[in-house]
Design a protein around this ligand. Structure first.
Ligand SMILES: N[C@@H](CCC(=O)N[C@@H](CS)C(=O)NCC(=O)O)C(=O)O
Length: 238
């Protein structure tokens, strides 16, 4: 058995942590979502300030595996993939998966910046005018550009998986991105269509995988909310 792992992320949001939770769930890896246990947030913040050997995380999510403390979402995923067959094997496929995941994380950062274009430390209400401008460009230009890219990559790989010939963590992450964009920008995402779009079909295939379906129906899956990265503000959804 690989693990058990200690997983650290903010306890009330899906955020970037969800990409890791999905991988842990699909792998059926034993893990504790530490910040969701009593005193867990303090333990998480202490680890970011730890002294001594090894590097400390700048920000959650991070994963403790034995003596390793691994931060950066894409870095955690590449680690889990090698231990749990969640990624295509071979150098080319490993690099391709990591490349796609880093691009997904770029998109996630842009999603965050739509509602916080000036500063993360300010309330949304204090940067709403700028957010509106940012959202217009994001919806009109960036969503189609990212979706077009991921769609081409999926088609290029045969249409079923983003990389390789079996499910990888990238497929799980595409599921999360589509689900998140559907929540945050339902009107803009209507352009993808209900069923026929290949990325939506991939989303649906991932959602119906038994372990993912069980997870999504469990209390471990946090509800979307307006504290996370994918936020639904109707005024930002054109
Ligand atoms: N590039 C990092 C970003 C990590 C990150 O920004 N984490 C957020 C939560 S989703 C955070 O807590 N940031 C605190 C900060 O930036 O000060 C990753 O992909 O894991």
């Amino acid at each position: 058995m690989k693990g058990p792992y200690k997983f650290y992320y903010w306890p009330t949001i899906q955020g970037r942590g969800e990409f890791v939770r999905l991988a842990l769930e699909e792998a059926r890896a034993p893990y504790t979502d530490v910040a969701r246990t009593k005193g867990g947030v303090a333990r998480m913040t202490n680890l970011m300030q730890r002294k001594g050997r090894g590097s400390s995380p700048f920000a959650p999510p991070f994963l403790e595996s034995g003596k390793l403390l691994i931060a950066q979402t894409a870095n955690i995923l590449i680690y889990l993939a090698s231990r749990h067959r969640l990624g295509a094997s071979g150098e080319e496929a490993r690099i391709a998966a990591h490349q796609l995941q880093l691009t997904i994380m770029d998109l996630v950062a842009e999603v965050h910046d739509v509602h916080h274009p000036i500063a993360s430390s300010l309330y949304y209400e204090d940067q709403q005018a700028e957010a509106k401008k940012c959202a217009a460009a994001f919806v009109d230009e960036r969503i189609p550009k990212f979706m077009g890219y991921f769609e081409r990559e999926l088609a290029h790989n045969g249409g079923r998986f983003m990389v390789g010939r079996s499910l990888s963590y990238v497929d799980l992450s595409i599921f999360q991105v589509i689900a998140g964009l559907d929540y945050a920008f339902p009107r803009a995402m209507k352009r993808l269509g209900k069923k026929a779009h290949p990325l939506r079909a991939l989303h649906d295939r991932v959602a119906s995988r038994p372990r993912i379906a069980t997870y999504l129906a469990s209390e471990r899956r946090l509800a979307w909310n307006e504290d996370g990265i994918f936020r639904h503000y109707p005024e930002l959804d054109r």
